[in-house]
Design a protein around this ligand. Structure first.
Ligand code: P6P
Length: 336
């Protein structure tokens, strides 16, 4: 390895990006730094989750006499805490909280952004050591600066997003974030405790050979979705052969893999969940933004998902996201 290689940390990268924008206030860089700090703290707990029985299970008191929180609650507290005490965020919405939290102090009320997140998606997979993740979205507030933010700041269309990203707690811990300028991935280097640029300018391949869907729900899918899945399985050698099905029940891991290698991820509506399972604001929209910036596409099966006008904080949506050509093939099937 070239020891002289300048490996940019997340902070160095966001500051470099800011220098390219003379008018930038540094608030977005500061917000991303806050998210990176919370992610490092969550990473420590996630990495020892398997040991938690020794340290006391969630809801009990551990050997230090501290109350051990469920990891999703712990993660939520970490992200909410750093943003509340930062200088860039007027308020948050979280998968873990029924309502928004308006920070309502002088600095926060004068902050430019609001943030919404799923602090620990797929947390049920922790017990079996499968990768899990944090998903976040950042919007410029539309309410008057200087006053507390409000619900309308959070119910914006995904096209208004300023930045979106995720942290994947896997074989390594990565933070990937997108602005309209591009998608960049940072791997946590434990030797210095910093996220370091490892995947500059990520592009989603136009096509891939992976389709990700829960086959257990197959008979609940719409006929048009079944038609597409059928097509994935019956591709001839002339078409490049059948796709491979990969689905680990952890959206961050499934979508991250497909973003890097090419592929399509689907969580369609099913009989039991007619509006789908995944949440529009802090699961579908952030990934739609990231994959679109990287060259892919994302829909709810009928329209571009970033164009959907949210009406509720925790509303669900059917979700299809991935490589451009694979998504276009799906759209062809969905037209009937
Ligand atoms: P199913 C995890 O609970 C999650 O929200 C996503 O991370 C994942 O893609 C999906 O649900 C898995 O749901 O119904 O296939 O188990």
């Amino acid at each position: 390895m070239n020891i002289n290689r300048q490996v940019l940390t997340l902070d160095e990268f966001t500051i470099k990006q800011m220098r390219d924008f003379p008018g930038a206030t540094g608030e977005l860089s500061s917000l991303l730094r806050d998210i990176g700090l919370a992610a490092k703290r969550v990473n420590v707990e996630v990495n020892k989750a398997g040991l938690i029985d020794i340290l006391g299970d969630a809801g009990s008191v551990n050997i230090q006499g501290e109350e051990v929180k469920k990891l999703d609650v712990f993660a939520n507290n970490q992200f909410t805490g750093v943003l509340k005490h930062g200088i860039s965020c007027a308020g948050i919405a979280s998968e873990e909280l029924d309502d928004i939290i308006i920070f309502d102090d002088e600095v926060s009320n004068n902050s430019k952004y609001v943030c919404m997140y799923d602090p620990l998606d797929g947390s049920a997979n922790i017990d079996v050591n499968i990768s899990i993740g944090t998903i976040f979205a950042v919007y410029r507030r539309i309410t008057e600066k200087g006053k507390p933010c409000g619900l309308q700041d959070f119910l914006q269309k995904g096209i208004n997003m300023v930045a979106a990203g995720y942290i994947i707690y896997g074989s390594s811990t990565m933070l990937v974030y997108a602005t309209r300028r591009g998608v960049n991935g940072f791997t946590l280097d434990p030797s210095i405790g910093e996220f370091t640029l490892s995947h500059p300018d990520i592009k989603c391949p136009d096509k891939g050979k992976i389709y990700s869907v829960n086959h257990g729900n197959f008979f609940q899918y719409d006929e048009k979705v079944k038609k597409y899945i059928d097509r994935c399985q019956k591709r001839t050698k002339a078409d490049g052969g059948p796709y491979t099905q990969r689905y680990i029940g952890s959206m961050v891991a499934d979508v991250h893999r497909n973003l890097i290698k090419g592929g399509i991820f689907m969580y369609p509506a099913i009989t039991d969940k007619p509006k789908g399972k995944l949440r529009l604001l802090y699961e579908c929209n952030p990934f739609a933004f990231i994959v679109e910036v990287a060259g892919g596409k994302a829909t709810n099966g009928k329209e571009r998902i970033l164009d959907v006008q949210p009406t509720e904080l925790h509303q669900r949506s059917p979700f299809f996201v991935g490589s451009k050509l694979m998504m276009e093939e799906l759209e062809e099937c969905m037209k009937g």
